[in-house]
Design a protein around this ligand. Structure first.
Ligand code: C2E
Ligand code: CA
Ligand code: CA
Length: 691
């Protein structure tokens, strides 16, 4: 409600003063008028009583003059004459004054000038005064004096007292008339004052009173409304505040686990690092990533996945100290941050405990399910007081450590180190280079001979991938295959190597350099590549001269349908299948045999110790026996010494590959060796080979 609406009965209470001034002026006028009238009444009463008493006094004076005139002797003294003269002056003076006063009242004036029932006072009085004065003159003629005295006696004996009395009565009457007129005026004035006051009461004070009361009422209503409105606003503010803090809580927490989310974590890590700064300490950050979580989600459903995440949240909260920060920062990624002095022991214990607890089976609606966790640990130490702890850098460090933990086989923890960062950075730059390298055809094969251990004849060459890096020179698969696997580019490297090796084989045939067989490494992605089958069916792989080496680890799990189909189709196309690195995987021999491979290649890790370890020896022997009974060939890998050659040959390995016979070499080096009719053995002795 605005202040404008305070106006009531046409009156704005803020402008009442002008009305009050008018009212007060009127009251003042009435009071002043009344006062003036009262003074006038008193004045008129006083002056008319003065006139009356003076006119009475005149009679007394006239008598005194007359009696003085009677005693003529007495007038012989000058003092008596003086006294008489003064008396006459006084009579004349008062007569003039009375005459003047009578002039205001016509009736009285007529008595002076013309007389009433008696004679006119003024001429009689003037004659009397004149005769009396004659008596006061010293050398007055006695006759004249006698006549004057006679007239005095006559006049004062009748005419003058009558005229004086009449004038006196006239004055009294005039005074009464005037004062009754004045009191009438006074009555009117009083009536007027009453009317004015009634007018003021009706037109000024009453409306003003009403207006003020209405204004006060409306103001108090407004005040009440305002109080209601203020209470409403306060209530609304409180509700908003509650909503805001609920929203803030939601914004900073993960709804599923109740832990902090990424934003909440960022806020809390600031506080944690601030606390650590003061203590000249630091902050340790454990980045926890679940292993096989995706599998649980995919196979058991999202509800199970959620239950797993809640379980992880509970475990972490139980392991965390009161000042630690625990957060879920991504799908299956968690963080535990705590103050740290940089010592690793306690952190190692904590990480091991968490991994142990998270690797135990969890029961999900009756079903037991197992997953695991990998942890990367970064430690940020604030050595100098005041130095800021870089939380995002710390996070990145823990990330690098986690990456390494996963790379090393999961279910473990790793601490961050600068070396780790360097190797990651070089891996990163290698990743970029690798993509470019594929485009620029920088990948090419080296060839390593496989020989018959008894005759020493070359029976096959294995194509081994190499990368001619523009800056780093020729790189081996250990450097680039893990990167290619992460980039899912292994099949492309395989394709490049296989195409080149098949071209080389065709070229060697053309130039008459006899290479009996070519072994090609085939990754599991490449095996599923439809183009491989097309290649095999296109005739590019001469029947009976090409073998595909498939890693045993590819068969650890049941071979899926497409892979199984590919293996069958390749065999139909005349390609021999060999199981590579046999003894390093966990594939069942039965499953492998069902693939009807042409050959098992016993891994270096198994073959080399066979010379010294009876267990390995026994193992290799039984593998060879089973293989022989199934008509499957056995190749020993990593043969480096003559003793190994002899021992492995005795155990039944019918083919060998290793530095003892030849190192992997470029195509032209292989051609050269073959053209010269020899290969270089590890001992430097030429080995005769049969074409
Ligand atoms: P692999 O298939 O078992 O190849 C044999 C590896 O053993 C080669 O390493 C070879 O240089 C090495 N070697 C041979 N004889 C000896 C020896 O007497 N002593 C020792 N210590 N090592 C020996 P390389 O060339 O570094 O290849 C490593 C692995 O990379 C290969 O193991 C193979 O699994 C993979 N690989 C190589 N080329 C390709 C390819 O084109 N495609 C795929 N998918 N994998 C490839
Ligand atoms: Ca191989
Ligand atoms: Ca191998």
């Amino acid at each position: 409600m605005s202040l404008k609406s305070i106006k009531h009965y046409g009156i704005d209470p803020r402008r009442l003063m002008s009305r009050y001034i008018v009212a007060l002026s009127l009251i003042l006028f009435c009071v002043a008028g009344g006062h003036y009238l009262s003074i006038s009444v008193v004045d008129s009463i006083r002056s008319s009583s003065d006139l009356i008493s003076e006119s009475i006094n005149q009679s007394a004076r006239v008598e005194r003059v007359v009696s003085a005139a009677h005693m003529a002797d007495a007038l012989k003294t000058s003092t008596a004459r003086q006294r008489l003269k003064a008396e006459i002056d006084e009579i004349e003076q008062f007569h003039n004054a009375l005459l003047n006063a009578a002039a205001a009242e016509q009736a009285v004036h007529a008595l002076y000038a013309f007389g009433g029932k008696g004679p006119a006072l003024d001429p009689v009085m003037r004659k009397f005064i004149a005769d009396a004065r004659l008596l006061t003159v010293v050398e007055q003629d006695a006759q004249v004096a006698e006549a004057a005295l006679g007239r005095l006696r006559w006049v004062s004996g009748g005419m003058l007292p009558t005229a004086l009395q009449e004038a006196n009565q006239g004055h009294q009457l005039a005074g009464r008339t005037f004062s009754s007129r004045l009191s009438m005026v006074q009555n009117w004035a009083f009536a007027l004052a009453v009317i004015i006051l009634i007018f003021e009461a009706v037109f000024i004070f009453l409306p003003a009173h009403r207006s003020v009361r209405a204004a006060v009422d409306s103001l108090s209503q407004q005040a009440a409304d305002l109080t209601v409105a203020r209470n409403e606003v306060e209530a609304r503010n409180e509700a908003l505040e509650a909503l805001r803090s609920a929203a803030e809580h939601d914004a900073l927490h993960d709804g599923l686990t109740g832990l902090s989310n990424r934003r909440g974590f960022e806020r809390r890590i600031e506080a944690l690092s601030a606390a650590a700064r003061g203590a000249n300490g630091g902050v340790a950050l454990l980045h926890i990533d679940l292993d096989r979580f995706k599998e649980i989600n995919d196979t058991l459903g999202h509800a199970a996945g959620d239950e797993v995440l809640r379980h992880v949240g509970r475990v972490l909260r139980e392991e965390a100290g009161p000042t630690d920060v625990v957060a879920r920062i991504g799908g299956d990624e968690f963080i535990l941050a705590r103050k740290s002095d940089g010592r690793r022991d306690a952190l190692s214990d904590l990480a091991a405990r968490i991994i142990d607890r998270l690797s135990r089976p969890v029961s999900l609606s009756g079903e037991s399910c197992q997953f695991g966790a990998s942890i990367g640990i970064g430690i940020g130490i604030v050595c100098e007081a005041g130095e800021e702890l870089d939380a995002s850098r710390l996070m990145a460090n823990a990330d690098i450590a986690l990456y390494r933990a996963k790379e090393l086989g999961r279910g473990r923890y790793e601490f961050f180190s600068e070396d780790l960062r360097d190797s990651l950075e070089s891996q990163k730059s290698l990743s970029d280079d690798l993509i470019l390298g594929l485009e620029r055809s920088e990948f090419f094969p080296y060839y390593q001979p496989q020989v018959d251990p008894t005759s020493g004849r070359l029976v096959s060459v294995e194509a081994l991938a190499r990368w001619r890096h523009p800056e780093r020179g020729v790189l081996g698969p250990a450097t680039f295959l893990p990167i290619a696997a992460r980039l899912k580019l292994t099949d492309q490297i395989d394709r490049a190597i296989q195409n080149q090796a098949l071209k080389d084989l065709a070229h060697w045939d053309e130039i008459g350099v006899h290479v009996p067989k070519l072994s090609l490494n085939v990754s599991s992605d490449r095996l599923r590549d439809p183009e491989l089958l097309e290649l095999a069916r296109s005739g590019a792989t001469p029947r009976g001269r090409v073998a595909f080496e498939l890693l045993e680890t590819m068969f650890s799990d049941q071979l899926d349908e497409p892979a199984r189909f590919a293996v069958d189709a390749l065999q139909e196309a005349g390609i021999a299948i060999e199981i590579d690195d046999f003894g390093t995987g966990h594939a069942s021999l039965l499953a492998l045999v069902s693939l009807s491979p042409a050959r098992l290649k016993i891994a270096r890790e198994l073959a080399q110790p066979a010379l010294v370890s009876p267990q390995h020896r026994a193992l290799v022997q039984s593998v060879c026996e089973i293989a022989r009974s199934l008509e499957i060939g056995v190749t020993a890998e990593g043969v480096e010494t003559e003793a190994q050659r002899v021992a492995l040959a005795e155990l039944g390995c019918d083919r060998m590959q290793g530095f003892f016979f030849a190192r992997p070499m470029p195509a032209d080096a292989l051609v050269e060796s073959l053209q010269e009719g020899r290969l270089i053995s590890a001992s430097g002795e030429p080995i005769p080979i049969a074409g």
